[in-house]
Structures are given as structure tokens and as C-alpha cells.
Design a protein around this ligand. Structure first.
Ligand SMILES: [Zn+2]
Length: 419
């Protein structure tokens, strides 16, 4: 037992040391401005996909079927050009001072702000009068919601009213937390902003110049690579990770998506490299999904158009947010696949890898979800640690610690070996 363990460690450390520099290079590249946040402006997604295919080819992984790509389409709202919002002399910075609703409309307007409190929005007579007053000259005023300090229950009550108002006129919400952005699939009729309370100036005219464009049936693609088993085998282990991110909020601001999910994409390549050099008893399929941030679109498409039939998947491991790990990892679906979860814990203990392998029940929070829905045995592993940047401009390569990257690599390799 002891000697095998030592051999195992020697094997691992050579793999891991030679790989970590390579992985840093790949992650940094995926996060760079030339990849445009791996979204839809300037085809950032397709640039990333082509890059991944090259990396899979370098490793010596094969295409599965006709090629490395599985094409599909989706409609998205994009912000390819101007993204300017100013108040008086102050030019607000996108992603830092203000954010735009992912479904916002663009335009060029000068708008007088009318602040509305929680108490006011719940006063129907007051609001009716205010709205008809504002609507007399369309787009000349913006309603600014200030619900800071309101209770959770009140905000819950207010939200539907707020969304109705957003169908009638430009709106903005004051915010006192970090922005969290996402991808919109359609466009509202009016502009919709979030502004940091700390920079907002009450009653001061807001000038906007925003370019927003819906692209119908935008073509994107999953990237799929394959490694056959050492000896002919019917069973396949699948590793998945989404490579897309949020793209650009205007021409000058991109969302690097380092932890989410350049890190998991890099882990796919790490697995491919290892299992190319040390073929498994199972076939291994790697799927880098597109469209995750737009609502798990790429993985849904795959489960509806599977290249490798879903029944042939012995087990699927989805990797999203692999960049930290100081506090261990969480295993979504661990409660559904207790045997596999226990195996992960056992390996973790034996090899003394991570601080914690935490169990969690099912959740629709990443690409494993559609597979679970279709009865494919699947887990989703994500790291826990100090990195709190999520769906913001601060989720950068520089903020990744890669603290447990090597140990997670070891855990996954050993997991496949013992399956
Ligand atoms: Zn995400």
C-alpha cells in the first residue's frame, strides 16, 4: 500500500508541475481582452472555441463524430459599442459605477431623474399620477428606484411593480452592493440601469449613450473532444465545463470570467492531457459548453442532440469555478450519487488533498442540470475559497489563486481510476 502510494505521488507531481505553468498560460489567454469575455460581441465565444480546439489537437485528443464543434443557435442582447452614462460633469464607469440590465434597450437620451422610494412605489394613487406626468414627454425622464434600506419582504412586494414600470419608461435602481451581471436573451422597450448609490447625484440630469443590439439566431458551438479507452470499452466518462462567459458591456469593458469558467475549461484540458498520456480503462469525452451564462443553453442542446448517446455515459463530472479551493470543494448532486461522493471523500482523505469535500443536493446551477434531468449520473464540482468575484469585472486571471488546482487534478484522476 505504502509503496504504491509513493509511486502514485511521483506520477502525479511530474504531471502537475509541468502542467501548472501551461494551465496559467491558457487561463490568462481565455481571460484576455482579445477573447472579449467569451461572449457574443466580436464573436468572443467562437474565438475561444477555436483556441480550445487547437489545444485539444495539441494534446492529441480526437474529434468525436464529424468534427470538434457542435453548432447551435440562440438569440442574445449585446452591447457592442457605446456604453456611456454621465451625471453632470461625472462620467460613470461601466461595471464599477453603473451596470446595465442585460436586457436593456440602448439609445441616446438626456433624462431628468425622478427618485421613488419604497413607500412611494407602494402608494398606487401617487404612482399613477407620477407615471402619467412622466409619460407626457417620452424618454425625457428616468425613474430612479431607491429601495436601499427597505426590508426583504417589502422589496419582494415591490419587484413586480418595478418590472411593470420598466415596460413603460427608462428606469434605474440604486445599488449599494457589487454588481452581478448576466446575459439577456431579449430586449426591453426602454433603457434600464443600476447605479451605485455612492456616485449617484440626486436630481442631476443623466445623459446616456448606449449601443444595444439583439442578435437573433446567433450561431455558437459546443466543443467536443474524445479519448478512446486503453482497450476497447463500451463505457464512457464525460468531463464537462462551460467556456462561454458574459462578453462585453460596451466596446471598452469585458468580463474576463477567470474563475467562471476559464478555470474549469483549463481543467478539461488538464484532464485531456493526463488521460492522453495515461489512457484510462474507460473512453473519455470532453465537452466544453457554450451558452451556459445565457441559461444552460449549450448543455440543453447537447442533451437534446447527443453525439454520444446519453445511455452510454457511465458518469459525468461537470467543472465550474475551479480557481480557488482554500476551503475545499462542493459536490452538487452528491446526495443523489452517494457512492461516488463517498469515493471522492475516501480518495481525498487517503491522499490528504483538500480541506473539505462538501456534499450538496441537486441544483440547476450549471451544465450538469439537463443531464440529471434526463437520468444521466452526473455531479458538479466547484471550489470554495477567498475569491468572491462572481459575474463582475473583477473576476480576473490575477485574482485566481489556483490554490488547490493540483490537488483537484489528483482527486479527479484517482476518481476515474477507481470508478
Ligand atoms: Zn457563470
Amino acid at each position: 500500500m505504502r509503496s504504491t502510494l509513493i509511486l502514485l505521488f511521483i506520477g502525479f507531481s511530474t504531471v502537475v508541475n509541468s502542467q501548472i505553468e501551461e494551465i496559467r498560460r491558457i487561463t490568462e489567454q481565455l481571460c484576455s481582452p482579445e477573447f472579449h469575455g467569451r461572449g457574443y460581441v466580436n464573436h468572443g465565444d467562437s474565438i475561444a472555441a477555436a483556441y480550445l480546439v487547437e489545444e485539444f489537437k495539441k494534446i492529441g485528443a480526437e474529434a468525436y463524430g464529424d468534427g470538434f464543434y457542435q453548432d447551435f443557435q440562440l438569440s442574445v442582447n449585446t452591447f457592442p459599442g457605446a456604453m456611456a452614462l454621465s451625471q453632470g460633469e461625472k462620467q460613470l464607469v461601466p461595471g464599477l459605477h453603473f451596470s446595465i440590465n442585460p436586457s436593456s434597450k440602448g439609445g441616446q437620451y438626456s433624462m431628468h431623474p425622478t427618485e421613488v422610494s419604497a413607500a412611494q412605489i407602494l402608494d398606487l394613487d401617487y404612482m399613477r399620477a407620477l407615471i402619467s406626468e412622466i409619460l407626457r414627454v417620452p424618454n425625457s425622464q428616468i425613474m430612479v428606484f431607491n429601495f436601499l434600506g427597505a426590508s426583504k419582504d417589502t422589496v419582494k412586494q415591490i419587484l413586480p411593480i418595478m418590472h411593470e414600470i420598466a415596460q413603460l419608461m427608462p428606469v434605474a435602481e440604486l445599488v449599494d452592493k457589487k454588481f452581478t451581471w448576466s446575459v439577456g436573451r431579449e430586449q426591453l422597450y426602454f433603457p434600464y440601469f443600476q447605479i451605485q448609490d455612492s456616485v449617484y447625484q440626486k436630481g442631476v440630469q443623466l445623459e446616456m449613450n448606449v449601443d444595444a443590439k439583439v442578435i437573433e439566431n446567433y450561431q455558437t458551438q459546443n466543443v467536443i473532444a474524445y479519448l478512446p479507452a486503453k482497450k476497447k470499452c463500451k463505457e464512457t466518462i464525460v468531463f464537462t465545463a462551460h467556456y462561454d462567459h458574459l462578453g462585453r458591456m460596451g466596446a471598452d469593458t469585458h468580463f474576463p470570467g477567470a474563475n467562471d469558467n476559464a478555470s474549469g475549461t483549463a481543467m478539461l484540458l488538464t484532464m485531456a492531457k493526463y488521460f492522453k498520456e495515461h489512457p484510462s480503462k474507460y473512453n473519455i469525452l470532453f465537452i466544453a459548453f457554450a451558452g451556459e451564462e445565457a441559461g444552460l443553453v449549450g448543455s440543453k442542446f447537447y442533451t437534446e442532440h447527443p453525439l454520444l448517446k446519453l445511455k452510454k455515459i457511465k458518469f459525468l463530472v461537470n467543472l465550474d469555478i475551479m480557481g480557488s479551493g482554500e476551503h475545499g470543494v462542493t459536490v452538487v448532486n452528491g446526495t443523489l450519487f452517494k457512492k461516488e461522493f463517498d469515493l471522492l471523500q475516501k480518495i481525498n482523505k487517503e491522499l490528504d488533498l483538500l480541506a473539505k469535500v462538501k456534499i450538496r443536493g441537486p441544483a440547476a446551477n450549471s451544465d450538469h442540470y439537463w443531464f440529471t434531468e434526463k437520468g444521466v449520473p452526473a455531479i458538479f464540482i466547484y471550489t470554495m475559497g477567498q475569491n468572491s468575484h462572481y459575474h463582475d469585472i473583477f473576476d480576473t486571471y490575477e485574482e485566481l489563486s489556483f490554490a488547490e488546482y493540483a490537488d483537484i487534478t489528483k482527486l479527479l484522476i484517482e476518481f476515474v481510476k477507481r470508478m
